[in-house]
Design a protein around this ligand. Structure first.
Ligand SMILES: Nc1ncnc2c1ncn2[C@@H]1O[C@H](COP(=O)(O)OP(=O)(O)OP(=O)(O)O)[C@@H](O)[C@H]1O
Length: 522
């Protein structure tokens, strides 16, 4: 049943930005059709929609990275045309994409002032620059020493914070944040929100794209919902709830599912880590994953979670300890070596490690398990490949006109679902997933969680590294908290959010301390 629309928000005064009747085609695909969007000064404005709804396309048009086929564009009441990203920046429109657009070889300070260095006479005024950068970084809780650190040495989360600091230094009037929280954990999200609130109070308008619907209620004033390339409307956040917003996005009633799987802790051990270490990244990490269980590693950014998962699929070097896969010694030096030994994976950096961008979807799904499709010697069984691809496209609701579509033409979330689909073709013995639902919409996230339950029910041992606490709580049979590069504590299904968060930031609740002392910790 179609959800009734809540009242549209009303505007008073001149909008900072207004788009009317904007459309954009990519060949036969109508990415946006007749979209309207009004942004007021000093507001935090969310844009939400399912994967492929047209959010990125609209944002690229505003940021000058794409040119609209039709529509008008006004800034502060004046008609304008934005023909390039540089033009947008000159007009005060700054964009922080998910992948930081910084120069890795330069320091944080140099990146922030690149192209508009502060000078005193003919010289760069390093002291004045440094002071400004230190103040900006402090707003994110980052230390002064960052000013002289090379950007390539920072984590993805820290690089993103530097990108926002750079936008602040450029005195942006409009700041576009494209899924800023996707790579952040809760403590860093708090810092992000503080910075966003400060900017909004200074009159900067913020466009905030996210799939984490719950966070909108903390940080946004209004939300524009997109569906199938159209803007459904802009609503005051106070008239909505997460459920109502999800219904608006999907155009019906969204029913999330809770896990009904019984944890099976009696299966055989399929993956074991013994005192594993990797230089200063992590040390003394020991745990086992049995067939039929989902073990989740959760920790704040910098805790070592991503690196530990990376070591299991050969993307992170191991300097001490050992691993066993299916009872055999296991020390992969590359992802392909890990795969040959029987481990399927969804790596964290999917753009670099996971996709064959210029190949069609069906190739990207079948490439991991070509042997399944070889019916006669080296011949591919195309019919089987097509059926498998069709089934997975349906199961994961991948939005695409056909399975021949190149993966580079899909929206970010849909491309990610293709990479996941590849791992599920050949029910693996051990599956390692890094941030499995990052960037996908709420419906697809639910599908992905159900698929994890399913593969697990069939006896697969699943290891998940995630920074999304709700995801961790939803899927984990055992939840291992990683802190300062090592296992801090472990919880079983049903643990509260507060206990896990406290553990991740280095505290144990009185209840947990008592249980640990008695050796009954669960
Ligand atoms: N370069 C391109 N070539 C062909 N089609 C494209 C291209 N870029 C986007 N599209 C299509 O336009 C539609 C809208 O994509 P867009 O990336 O704007 O969605 P989105 O709402 O940002 O999705 P997500 O949440 O997955 O990032 C999708 O169907 C997508 O496949």
């Amino acid at each position: 049943m179609a959800a009734a629309l809540p009242p549209q928000r009303t505007v008073e005064g001149t909008p900072r930005l207004s788009l009317t009747g904007v459309s954009k085609r990519y060949g036969g695909v109508r990415a946006i059709r007749s979209a309207d969007f009004t942004l007021m000064p000093g507001e935090v404005h969310a844009v939400v929609g399912e994967n492929g709804a047209g959010k990125s396309t609209m944002i690229k048009i505003i940021a000058g990275a794409e040119y609209a086929d039709t529509g008008t564009f006004e800034m502060d009441g004046e008609p304008v045309q934005v023909r390039s990203a540089a033009e947008a920046l000159n007009m005060g429109i700054a964009t922080v994409y998910q992948e930081a657009q910084l120069f890795g070889q330069l320091t944080v300070g140099e990146n922030i002032f690149l192209g508009r260095e502060k000078t005193q006479g003919a010289r760069i005024d390093w002291a004045a620059q440094k002071k400004e950068v230190v103040d900006l970084l402090a707003a994110f809780g980052l230390p002064e020493s960052f000013v002289t650190r090379k950007v390539e040495e920072l984590s993805a989360a820290e690089q993103q914070q530097v990108s926002i600091a750079k936008a602040l230094a450029e005195e942006a009037k409009i700041l576009i944040l494209d899924e800023p929280s996707a790579i952040l954990t809760d403590a860093e999200i708090d810092n992000l929100f503080t910075a966003v609130r400060r900017l909004a109070a200074e009159g900067v308008s913020i466009i905030y794209i996210t799939h984490r619907l719950d966070e909108l209620f903390e940080i946004c004033d209004v939300v524009t919902v997109m569906r199938d390339g159209e803007t459904l409307g802009t609503f005051d956040i106070e008239h909505l709830s997460v459920g109502a917003l999800a219904d608006l996005m999907v155009g019906g009633e969204f029913a999330g599912s809770a896990s009904t799987r019984d944890a099976d802790s009696t299966g055989e051990v399929k993956l074991a880590l013994h005192h594993l270490g990797s230089g200063r990244r992590f040390h003394d990490v020991s745990f086992e994953v049995r067939g039929g269980e989902v073990v989740v590693l959760y920790g704040l950014v910098g805790s070592g979670v991503a690196e530990i998962a990376g070591a299991t699929y050969g993307m992170q070097s191991v300097t001490s300890g050992s691993m066993e896969l299916l009872g055999r010694r296991f020390r992969p030096r590359s992802a392909s070596e890990a795969q040959r030994a029987g481990l399927a994976m969804l790596p964290a950096n999917r753009k670099k490690e996971g996709m064959f961008s210029f190949q069609p979807i069906n190739f990207n799904i079948s490439v991991g398990s070509l042997h399944l499709f070889r019916s006669l010697g080296v011949m591919m069984n195309r019919a089987k490949e097509r059926t498998t691809a069709d089934n997975l496209i349906k199961a994961l609701s991948i939005k695409t006109p056909s399975q021949e579509q190149k993966i580079s033409a899909l929206s970010g979330g849909n491309a990610q679902k293709v990479v996941l689909a590849r791992q599920l073709v050949n029910r693996p013995e051990v599956l390692v997933l890094a941030e499995p639902s990052q960037g996908v919409d709420i419906g697809a996230k639910d599908e992905i969680h159900k698929l994890i339950d399913e593969v697990c029910d069939e006896g697969t041992a699943v290891l998940v590294a995630t920074s999304d606490l709700m995801e961790a709580l939803r899927i984990a049979d055992r939840l291992i908290v990683i802190r300062n590069g090592t296992t801090f504590t472990e919880f079983s299904r049903g643990v509260s959010q507060a206990r896990v968060l406290a553990a991740a930031s280095g505290e144990l609740s009185a209840e947990d301390q008592a249980e640990l002392a008695e050796g009954t910790h669960s």
